[in-house]
Design a protein around this ligand. Structure first.
Ligand code: ATP
Length: 508
C-alpha cells in the first residue's frame, strides 16, 4: 500500500459521500471530519457488529451509554490531569508546534522509505530471481540504514522510558531534523502538553467550574461499575461495553480520520478477580484479533505490538496494529489495567467500590482488562483493505469497495433498465417491498453499466435490474458485486436471497 492508495481513499471517501472535511465551506477545521450519507451507514454497521459481538454474544457483558461530561475529579483520579501529556517542541522561526516523538518517527520513516526504494530497484533489476529476504539480509546499504533505524529507536525509547525530555531534544538536534515549514533547525526545548479539552460548566461567572471533554470513554464505565453490577446482579467475571465520542487536543492531527481531535471509541472493560489477569488478557487478545479476521482482513495486515513502556495504570498492554497505507499503526489497544482506576476512584470519592465475591466469601476491588478500539480507525482500516482498482477481462478497470456484505452501506440497488415503459414503476414496487428489510437504494439515472460501476464503488453487494422480461416472468437480474455474475431471481424470492448473503450472523 502506498501514499497513492491513501490519496485515493481520501478522494473516494469524499466523492462517494463517505467522509467530508468538517465545515468545509469555511475551509474546514483541521483534524475534524463529518461522515456523509454512506459513511454514516458503514459506521453504524461497524458499531452494530462490534456491539453484537461484544454484548449480545456474551451473556456476561452488558452495555451502557455514559455522559461525555463527568465530574472533574474523575480525571484527577484517572491520572489524566497530571499525566495525559504529549512531548511538544516548537520551531522558533515558523512558530509551528510538533510532537517531538512524531518528528523522530517521521525521520525513521524517511529512512524506511529509502530502504523500500532500494528493494524496489533491485526487484526491477533482478526480475523473477529476486529474493527479497536475502537481499534485506545482505545488501550493505540496507543493513547500514537498518542499523541507523535501530539505534535511533533505542535512543528514543530510552529517553521516553525515563521521561528525559532533554535527551529527546538532543536526539532531534543530532538527527538534524528540520521544520517542514521554515526549513530551519531552530528548536525550543521539549515540553509536556496536556491533551484534554477544558471548558466551563455554568453560565454565571464566578459560579462556573472547569470540566473536561472526556479523552476516553472508559472512565464512564468505571464510575458506573457498581451500579451495573448491583442492578444487573452481575457476578465476576463480567464486562461493560460502551460506544461514544472522545476528545483529545492532538497536536499533530493528520493522516485523515486516523488521528482526530473528536473521535469515537468502542471500549469494553472486563472486571475480573485479582490474579486472573494474565489468563483474561490472553483471552481478549485472541478474541479481538479473531474479530478483525472475521471481517476478512488479511492476516498479514494485522499484528500485535507489545508495549515496552507501560502506562501508569497497566501491568500488560499491547496494540493490534493494522497495515494502513502509511504503515503499521495502532488500531486497537488491549490493556491489563489492574485495579488502578477503581482504587483511585475509591480513594478520591471515598465510596467503597468493592465487589463481594460469594465464592471466595471476600470483598475486593476487581482487576480490569480493557479492549479499546477507535471506530474511525476501524473505518479507515476497512476502507484501506477494501478499496481496489480491478482490471477486468476486457482490459478496462473498475473501482470496487469490497466491504464485507453485511457492513456495506446499501445492500441492494434497485435499477430499472430504462426510465420508460413502466419499468420505473415496477422497480419502485420492488424497492418499497425491500426497504423495510434492507437498506436499499433506487436509481434510474445514467446507463445501466454506469450504475453498476457506481454501486461497485459504493460497495453495494447486489444490483437488481428490472428489465422488459420482468413483467413476463416476474423475475429480475441480480448482479453480484464481487463476481459480477448475473442471475435471474423471482421477485418474491429476492428478500430471502439477499438475506442469505448479507445477514450479519454470517460473520459470527
Ligand atoms: P496513539 O498512540 O495512536 O495516540 P493511544 O495509544 O493514545 O493512540 P488509546 O488511548 O489506547 O490510544 O485509545 C484507544 C483507541 O482509540 C486507539 O487504539 C485508537 O484506535 C483510538 N484513538 C486514540 N486516539 C485517537 C485519535 N486522535 N483519533 C482517532 N482515534 C483515536
Amino acid at each position: 500500500m502506498t501514499e497513492e492508495h491513501f490519496k485515493k481513499i481520501i478522494s473516494h471517501s469524499k466523492e462517494f459521500g463517505f467522509i467530508f472535511p468538517s465545515s468545509e465551506i469555511y475551509d474546514g477545521l483541521s483534524a475534524t471530519y463529518d461522515y456523509g450519507q454512506n459513511g454514516v451507514e458503514l459506521k453504524n454497521n461497524i458499531k452494530k457488529y462490534w456491539w453484537r459481538s461484544m454484548v449480545q454474544m456474551h451473556e456476561n457483558i452488558v452495555g451502557i451509554d455514559a455522559a461525555i461530561f463527568m465530574h472533574p475529579n474523575t480525571w484527577k483520579a484517572s491520572g489524566h490531569i497530571d499525566a495525559f501529556n504529549d512531548p511538544l517542541i516548537d520551531n522558533k522561526d515558523s512558530k509551528k508546534r510538533y510532537r517531538a516523538d512524531v518528528l523522530i518517527e517521521d525521520h525513521i520513516l524517511k529512512i524506511e522509505n529509502k530502504i523500500n526504494k532500494e528493494i524496489q530497484k533491485a526487484k526491477k533489476r533482478f526480475g523473477e530471481e529476486f529474493n527479497e529476504k536475502t537481499f534485506i539480509q545482505t545488501n550493505q546499504n540496507v543493513l547500514r540504514r537498518q542499523k541507523n533505524i535501530d539505534s535511533i529507536t533505542k535512543k528514543m525509547e530510552n529517553a521516553f522510558n525515563s521521561d528525559d525530555l532533554n535527551s529527546i531534544y538532543e536526539l532531534i538536534v543530532e538527527l538534524e531534523i528540520i521544520c517542514p515549514v521554515s526549513g530551519t533547525k531552530n528548536w525550543t526545548s521539549v515540553k509536556q502538553f496536556n491533551l484534554m479539552f477544558q471548558t466551563e460548566l455554568g453560565s454565571v461567572s464566578g459560579e462556573s467550574a472547569s470540566i473536561f471533554l472526556r479523552p476516553e470513554t472508559a472512565q464512564g464505565i468505571f464510575v458506573n461499575y457498581l451500579n451495573v453490577q448491583k442492578t444487573g446482579r452481575k457476578k465476576i467475571p463480567f464486562g461493560i461495553a460502551q460506544i461514544g465520542k472522545a476528545f483529545r487536543n492532538e497536536i499533530i492531527a493528520r493522516q485523515f480520520i486516523f488521528r482526530m481531535r473528536e473521535f469515537e471509541q468502542m471500549e469494553m472493560q472486563f472486571f475480573i478477580s485479582p490474579g486472573t489477569q494474565e489468563k483474561w488478557y490472553n483471552h481478549w487478545k485472541e478474541n479481538r484479533m479473531n474479530w478483525h479476521k472475521s471481517l476478512g482482513i488479511a492476516e498479514e495486515s494485522l499484528r500485535f505490538h507489545d508495549h515496552i513502556k507501560l502506562a501508569h495504570y497497566a501491568d500488560a498492554a499491547c496494540d493490534i496494529e493494522f497495515k494502513y497505507p502509511f504503515g503499521f499503526k495502532e488500531l486497537e489497544g488491549i490493556h491489563s489495567r489492574t485495579d488502578f482506576d477503581l482504587k483511585q476512584h475509591e480513594n478520591l470519592s471515598k465510596k467503597k467500590l468493592r465487589y463481594f465475591d460469594p465464592e471466595k466469601n471476600e470483598s475486593y476491588i476487581p482487576y480490569v482488562i480493557e479492549t479499546s478500539i477507535g471506530l474511525d480507525r476501524m473505518f479507515l482500516a476497512l476502507l484501506s483493505h477494501s478499496l481496489k482498482e480491478e482490471e477486468l477481462k476486457d482490459g478496462t478497470f473498475r473501482t470496487v469497495l469490497s466491504l464485507p456484505y453485511s457492513l456495506a452501506p446499501t445492500k441492494a440497488a434497485i435499477l430499472p433498465l430504462v426510465k420508460k415503459d413502466g419499468l420505473s414503476e415496477k422497480a419502485k414496487v420492488i424497492f418499497n417491498s425491500l426497504k423495510a428489510i434492507f437498506n436499499c437504494s433506487y436509481d434510474e439515472k445514467d446507463s445501466i453499466g454506469k450504475r453498476y460501476r457506481r454501486n461497485d464503488a459504493l460497495g453495494t453487494p447486489f444490483c437488481i435490474t428490472v428489465d422488459y422480461e420482468t413483467s413476463k416472468d416476474n423475475s429480475v437480474t441480480v448482479r453480484e458485486r464481487d463476481s459480477m455474475s448475473q442471475e435471474r431471481i423471482k421477485i418474491d424470492e429476492l428478500s430471502k436471497f439477499i438475506d442469505s448473503k448479507v445477514n450479519m450472523n454470517l460473520l459470527f
